[in-house]
Ligand binder design. Structure first.
Ligand code: ADP
Ligand code: MG
Length: 752
């Protein structure tokens, strides 16, 4: 029996999912696994755990577990459900990687998918749960995919042991065939329940031009125009990252200051804006969300250049109305008469700050939430009428050569764009302003690909082996990575010593050998603890020799962060500027020569330069000034610093007596240590070995100063900016090969 407050009960009853409670609970009773689809905001995350609780699934035998791909959702949804149920957070709790509020009384536990994966490592049958809900399955995060594969096996095992467990997969889209039609995953396809949602029409406005550079500036100006010209209603803005979110928030607060203690006369403010908008009899075209595929074309007036009037709103008068306003580059004048209540929203924001977006804005001010992708499906913000979509998302990419992950801003998929637009039509008809043309939208991919197909899987295979899943090729992935990808991952892990060498018997070809399930080694278990890809984890695992650990941590951190040196080769505007750039470039090269060290250190090559640069920078207090004066990218240096701290902590936790710490005054390595460092680097990058073509073997002049690698027929070269460009050691290892005018190795280190 749940004792809810009357206003909560009232709000719940308006959610479309309440009408489906019986259907859902019956399906759950009769099936091991159920798939539930419903638009964002229909009530899946907040209500389904409550249905289960009231049906008695959280009992003495087990609790209800809910996984989220994002920490922000795990925290805020647990708080919301606790509040709706009038229960304490000791009963409805959350657990994320480093924190949580779970107690022995917890009945509903929200957690990130990574946390549940780690729990499976400790108890494969997950005996403390009577039901597991996999939320946001449409996001197709690697961990979610792996969890679904594991749970498809765990649930039947539990049922056979008379300890039944239910699995519920929830998705905001109808695209669930990868789960339901996959025979290896579920022999009998699980039933799919669709929750019908009331969706008001959302008018989509495309830009004529697509800003390639300053899309945050464009975003800012679009928000200003909406706020000045359009009737009351919240604005939700999609940008790609925390820095962008803050910069736009700052500019908006300056343009439309909101002062909490001043009495804003709400009525007049709102009616002032709406009057302006209605005066010219704005009629807004309706495009139902279902018609997204029938794209409107960009056929507005070519001469309209600025702002919202670039949108092809099918001849709406709105364009004329908004056309009188300043150009994009004009600064917005501060206007306190129409206050805007601006709130940032992103994953790392403190929960109490995040919670603000769910409360109604102060009287007289318009709500404007500037968010990253978290607002796309994880969180539903009430009262949104306008969506501004920059069309981009920051995603993790894996460099196929180095295996190192990085974050890049790319275009979203059409499915994501439609999810974003849908946020505007929850409470009444709304508008979505897309800062890209319909032609660009047409070039977006239809759906975002499952993360697992976009990256090498050596780290994943290592994690799975750490879970004692030996035959990774037989694992029921919702979308399997290619066999080649799996084999090369396994081969790499064997060569790094993380997996046991398969026995060489007779005429087994490589494919069959890889299918032989190679178990994990103790070294592999240690490597699995580090948050870097296995090559680098191997270097860390070997770092204890001769006090090399602090150096290896620094080198790995620096190799994992891209572009630590500033580029000065950009076109200069004036002669003066070009000589200034030339001066900086000369200084940067001079510093790199200095950091490359002397004697033995020289052979460490580019890695010694990284080590010297980070060491010198830390010694100087890591100031922006030092970076700018010496050709280092300040942001990269800060990132390296964070990673050094994190890796240092991990080393200490994996190995209690390591006793390493981040030393700001780290002395350069001794000659003896340099020898060890080269061996450690070789152990991690052993398959990235290149041998210089000897002059006497030169058959073709194109091979002059070239290196031969096992996999390429063409010569590769040491880049002129490398510390080893003149030395040309006979054997080198490299971090990656980049093709520009030639194939150049980067991150080169001599070995011998
Ligand atoms: P779904 O998971 O289907 O996307 P949710 O269960 O997250 O939907 O949200 C259902 C409704 O609950 C939404 O309409 C949203 O406005 C409301 N809601 C969710 N979280 C909060 C909160 N913290 N405060 C107020 N309302 C909320
Ligand atoms: Mg949800």
């Amino acid at each position: 029996p749940v004792d809810r407050l009357p206003e909560i009960q009232e709000a719940r009853l308006r959610l479309p999912i309440l009408a489906e409670e019986q259907v859902i609970m019956e399906a759950v009773r009769e099936n091991e696994c159920v798939v539930l689809c419903g638009e964002t905001g229909s009530g899946k995350t907040t209500q389904v755990p409550q249905f289960l609780y009231e049906a008695g699934y959280a009992s003495s035998v087990g609790i209800i577990g809910v996984t989220e791909p994002r920490r922000v959702a795990a925290i805020s949804m647990s708080q919301r459900v606790a509040k709706e149920m009038n229960l304490s957070t000791g009963v409805v709790s959350y657990q994320i990687r480093f924190e949580g509020n779970v107690t022995k009384d917890t009945k509903i536990k929200f957690m990130t998918d990574g946390v549940l994966l780690k729990e499976i490592q400790r108890d494969f049958l997950l005996q403390k749960y009577s039901v597991i809900i996999i939320d946001e399955a449409h996001e197709r995060s690697v961990y979610t995919d792996i969890l679904i594969g594991l749970l498809s096996r765990i649930a039947p095992l539990r049922n056979r042991r008379g300890l039944p467990m239910k699995l519920i997969i929830m998705s905001a889209t109808l695209r669930v065939e990868d789960f339901t039609e996959n025979q290896r995953l579920f022999r009998t396809p699980p039933p799919v329940i669709k929750v019908e949602t009331r969706q008001f029409p959302v008018t989509v406005h495309f830009n004529k031009r697509t800003p390639m550079e300053d899309y945050t500036g464009e975003t800012f100006h679009k928000i200003c125009k909406i706020h000045r010209m359009l009737p009351a209603g919240g604005i939700l803005v999609f940008l790609t990252g925390q820095a962008e979110v803050h910069s736009v928030c700052r500019r908006l607060r300056k343009a439309f200051p909101y002062r909490p203690n001043r009495e804003h006369t709400g009525e007049t403010q709102i009616s002032k804006t709406s009057r302006r908008a209605t005066k010219k009899n704005v009629c807004l075209p309706k495009i139902s969300l279902d018609n997204y595929s029938a794209l409107p074309v960009d056929e507005g007036d070519e001469d309209c250049q600025a702002g919202i009037d670039e949108d092809d709103g099918e001849g709406s008068d709105l364009e004329l109305e908004l056309g009188d306003h300043p150009d994009n580059d004009a600064e917005e004048k501060s206007d306190p008469s129409i206050p805007l209540y601006v709130l940032p929203l992103y994953s790392l924001l403190a929960p109490e700050q995040q919670a603000k977006v769910f409360r109604p804005p102060p009287a007289g001010a318009r709500l404007c939430v500037v968010a990253t992708n978290v607002a796309e499906t994880s969180l539903t913000i009430p009262g949104i009428k306008y969506v501004v979509d920059c069309g981009r998302v920051k995603k993790r990419f894996y460099d196929r050569v180095t295996g190192v992950s990085s974050f890049k801003v790319t275009w979203i998929s059409q499915a994501s764009a439609n999810q974003r637009a849908g946020r505007a039509g929850r409470t009444e008809a709304g508008h979505c302003y897309r800062l890209y043309s319909s032609a660009v939208f047409g070039d977006f991919s239809l759906f975002s690909e499952a993360e697992i197909t976009r990256r090498p899987v050596d780290d994943l295979v290592l994690q799975m082996k750490d879970l004692n899943i030996e035959k990774v090729v037989n694992f029921p992935f919702p979308t399997p990575p290619s066999g080649e990808t799996l084999i090369s991952a396994e081969q790499l892990l064997i060569s790094l010593g993380a997996l046991e060498e398969p026995p060489r018997r007779g005429r087994l070809n490589e494919m069959e050998r890889a299918r032989l399930s190679c178990p994990i080694t103790p070294l592999g278990r240690a490597m699995a603890a580090f948050p870097v890809s296995p090559r680098y984890a191997k270097m860390l695992a070997l770092g204890r020799q001769q006090g090399c650990m602090p150096y290896i941590i620094t080198i790995v951190s620096a190799m994992t962060v891209r572009e630590i040196f500033e580029e000065y080769d950009r076109p200069a505007g004036s002669e003066e500027e070009s000589s200034r750039l030339a001066g900086k470039k000369a200084r940067s090269f001079q510093m790199r020569r200095l950091w490359a060290g002397q004697g033995q250190s020289l052979l460490l090559g580019d890695l010694m330069v990284l080590l010297g640069a980070v060491g010198a920078c830390e010694f100087a207090g890591c100031s922006q000034q030092f970076c700018e004066g010496n050709g280092l990218r300040y942001k990269a240096i800060l990132e390296i610093r964070r990673l050094r701290g994190q890796l240092t902590n991990t080393v200490n936790s994996v190995c209690a007596d390591a006793g390493v710490f981040v030393d700001q005054k780290m002395a350069p390595p001794t000659d003896g240590q340099v020898v060890y460092l080269r061996q450690i680097v070789l152990a991690g990058l052993g398959d990235h070995l290149a041998r210089r073509v000897q002059n006497e073997d030169l058959l073709d002049p194109k091979w002059r100063n070239g290196y031969k690698t096992p996999l390429l027929d063409e010569p590769v070269f040491i880049h002129p900016s490398s510390a080893l460009h003149k030395t040309l050691p006979e054997f080198v290892v490299y971090q990656e090969i980049v093709e520009t005018t030639k194939m150049y190795m980067r991150g080169v280190c001599g070995v011998q």
